[in-house]
Each structure stands twice: as structure tokens, then as C-alpha cells.
Design a protein around this ligand. Structure first.
Ligand code: GCO
Ligand code: MN
Ligand code: MN
Length: 389
């Protein structure tokens, strides 16, 4: 039977209001698409088969809305969710668009800006929780510098920690049961942003008062912008029990922040990523933080959204094929072969084990002379991906 690659709720495919709602503005040009209302976006997402919709506070409620306007927007949005069956698994705060945040929010040198950022985030958390969010994302879009003359990086780190601790306690105090997912990015819009990569963020989380409620939201493009292997960062986050959310998109190395459709550039990396998520049983949202090319119209936006999910599902099927391919699996077994001759040295340290290992002899030349069949294995992987196996 040919798989249909139809998205289903169990695939946990989500998009942000800001992703399919992107109007195609860039630093060099005006918008190429008309803005869609949040209700229209919910219906668009339902139409293409998504499971959920995420938002920044101001994607839904304008920053200058009155309480009455907020209430009416939320009522309409809830109705759209009820009409379509879409859910809101994640919410976040816009702490980057307003000029008040031009030099950062939690890390701003101005204590008034820092206090306003906390206030805005508490209100945005309330909004997210009201709509059902269980994961709350923090992307520090302006938390950085163009010149290190402007800000002390140690002070920035301490301010960031103080804000996260405050907000964890706020969420606990309200009994929200939220988990926080911190999203690293090395640069753009700032020249350099703090906690630039997954590794930086994982280390930072361990310094918080409630590390158990804080994990990461890694994004493909962000690690690729830093020239890093995304899968390795994701694996480290998973190993630490910190993969709370994931932002899927694509990005050519060495370019500006492209936010391309998932799998649009680095198909093999996308394949190993999907294979990893499926093999370990990651059960969180697969959030597509990307947008259609600026050249697309509304129909193209739907093509973009369908493409993200379809590519994920095709790669998932390819991963199952890779796992079931006997030639591939016999190579995997050969690579990981173990004749048991070093069993006595494995596991935890003991003085006698260390002494025995120091006294053992190894045929160093034979170790170095052994050929490893990675060329064949990689070629077979490529052939699975190209559909000739
Ligand atoms: C970016 C980021 C954002 C965040 C979003 C949710 O590069 O602009 O990826 O899209 O993911 O603010 O926190
Ligand atoms: Mn991004
Ligand atoms: Mn993102």
C-alpha cells in the first residue's frame, strides 16, 4: 500500500500565526501578501491538515488593544478553534518588535524595560494558558548586542537568569503547570545574541532555580546559521531530558535567516533528524517555524504548509525503510560488532579494572587498518532517499 502522507493529529504538526501569516516583508521590500486575520489563519491551517496553532501575544492581540478588544479577539479565536478542532499547544511573547525592546528585554540595561518585559510576559503567559498552551517558548530576539561596549555579558546573563527565575515562580504560583522552552539563536536580529546555541542554553538552564520546568526549543535554521550539526544538538537536548519543543525549517549554511520550508535545502540532515525524533519516540509538537517564499500568493502559502508536513511524513517513511533494510542493518551490525574481548573493561571504574586495562595489550596497527563501510552505508542511505531502493 502506498502511504498517503496525510497529516493526522497524532503527528503533532503545528504552525505559528506568524508563519503562514507571514506577509513577505523583508529588509529590502514591502509586503507581497495581504495580512490574514487570526481566524482566517486557523481555518487555513485546518484546511491543510495541521494539528495546532501557536502564537506570540501580539500575533493575536495587538500591543495597544483595550481589554474589551482583547476579550472580543479571544472569543472569536476560541470559536475558530472550536469550529476547526485545532488546539494551541504553545504560546510565546513578542519581546522584539516594539522599539521599547531595541536593546533587549530581560537583558536591557534599562531597569524599566526589564520590568515592562516581565509584565508583558506575565500577561502573555496568562493569555497562552487561557487558550490551552502547555509549553511556553522564550526566544530572546533582542537579547544581545552589536558592540560589547554596550552591555556586560555577565550582567546580561544574570539579568536573564533573574527574569527566568521570576517567571518560573510566577507560573508555579498561578498553578499553571507550564513548561518553558528556551530557544537559542546566534544572531539576527542582533549582531550577537546571548545563549547562542543549544549547548549554551542547556548549560544556562542548569543554573536556574527550577531547571526541571525549563527545557529547549531548538531550531534547525539557528544551529545551521552557527555552522553546527543540528542533529547533534537535538540529541544532546534529548539526552538531558530537555527536548520540550522543536522548530523545524531549513536554511543554507552561511546565509541570512532564511526560514525555508522543512527539507527545502538539506534533505539528508532533515532525514537523520526525522529518523532521530521518530526512533527515540519524541512526542512533542513538530512546529514548523518557517514561511513561504516572498514570491508566493495565498495558494503558495498552502503549498508551503502542506510541503513541510508532507516532507516530514515522507522522511518518516524513509526512516522506517532504512530501519527495515536488511543490507543497511547488516552494515550497522558490522559497524557496531563486538567480539566480547573487552567486556572485562566495560562499565564503571574499579581499581582492579583500571589495573587490568593498563596491563592489557592492543594490536594498534590492526585497529587502525580496519576498514569501515561508511561509504556503502551512506550511499545506501542516499539511494533510500532518492527512491531507488
Ligand atoms: C526567529 C525565531 C522566532 C521564534 C518565535 C517563537 O528566528 O525569528 O525563530 O520565530 O521561534 O519568536 O518564539
Ligand atoms: Mn528562527
Ligand atoms: Mn523559532
Amino acid at each position: 500500500m502506498t502511504p498517503s502522507f496525510q497529516p493526522q493529529p497524532e503527528h503533532r504538526f503545528t504552525f505559528g500565526l506568524w508563519t503562514v501569516g507571514n506577509i513577505g516583508r523583508d529588509p529590502f521590500g514591502e509586503p507581497t501578501r495581504k495580512p490574514l486575520s487570526s481566524v482566517e489563519i486557523v481555518h487555513l491551517l485546518a484546511d491543510v491538515g495541521a494539528y495546532g496553532v501557536n502564537f506570540h501575544d501580539n500575533d493575536l492581540v495587538p500591543i495597544d488593544a483595550t481589554p474589551a478588544e482583547r476579550a472580543s479577539i479571544v472569543t472569536k479565536f476560541k470559536q475558530a478553534l472550536a469550529d476547526t478542532g485545532l488546539v494551541v499547544p504553545m504560546a510565546t511573547t513578542n519581546l522584539f518588535t516594539d522599539p521599547a525592546f531595541k536593546d533587549g528585554a530581560f537583558t536591557s540595561n534599562d531597569p524599566k524595560v526589564r520590568a515592562y518585559a516581565l509584565q508583558k510576559t506575565m500577561q502573555a503567559i496568562d493569555l497562552g494558558v487561557e487558550l490551552g498552551a502547555q509549553i511556553y517558548v522564550f526566544w530572546g530576539g533582542r537579547e544581545g548586542v552589536e558592540t560589547d561596549a554596550a552591555k556586560n555579558p555577565l550582567a546580561a546573563m544574570q539579568r536573564n537568569r533573574e527574569a527566568m527565575n521570576f517567571l518560573c515562580d510566577y507560573a508555579l504560583d498561578q498553578g499553571y503547570g507550564l513548561k518553558f522552552a528556551l530557544e537559542p539563536k546566534p544572531n539576527e536580529p542582533r549582531g550577537d545574541m546571548y545563549n547562542a546555541t543549544i549547548g549554551h542554553m542547556l548549560a544556562f538552564i542548569e543554573t536556574l532555580d527550577h531547571p526541571e520546568m525549563v527545557g529547549v526549543n531548538p531550531e534547525v535554521a539557528h544551529e545551521h546559521m552557527a555552522g553546527l550539526n543540528f542533529l547533534h544538538g537535538v540529541a544532546q537536548a534529548w539526552d538531558a531530558g530537555k527536548l520540550f519543543h522543536i522548530d523545524l525549517n531549513d536554511q543554507a549554511f552561511g546565509r541570512y535567516d532564511q526560514d525555508f520550508r522543512f527539507g527545502a535545502v538539506n534533505l539528508k540532515s532533515a532525514f537523520f533528524l526525522v529518523k532521530f525524533l521518530e526512533d527515540v519516540g519524541y512526542s512533542g509538537s513538530r512546529h514548523f517555524d518557517a514561511h513561504a517564499y516572498r514570491s508566493e500568493d495565498l495558494a503558495g502559502v498552502k503549498d508551503f504548509a502542506r510541503g513541510c508536513m508532507r516532507t516530514y511524513l515522507i522522511l518518516k517513511e524513509k526512516a522506517a525503510q532504512w530501519n527495515a533494510d536488511s543490507e543497511i542493518q547488516s552494515l550497522v551490525a558490522e559497524i557496531n560488532g563486538d567480539d566480547g574481548s573487552t567486556d572485562a573493561f566495560k562499565g564503571a571504574y574499579s581499581p582492579s579494572k583500571a589495573a587490568a586495562l593498563k596491563a592489557a595489550s592492543f594490536d594498534r596497527q590492526a585497529l587502525g587498518a580496519r576498514g569501515l563501510p561508511y561509504e556503502r552505508l551512506d550511499q545506501l542511505t542516499v539511494e533510500v532517499l532518492l527512491g531507488v531502493r
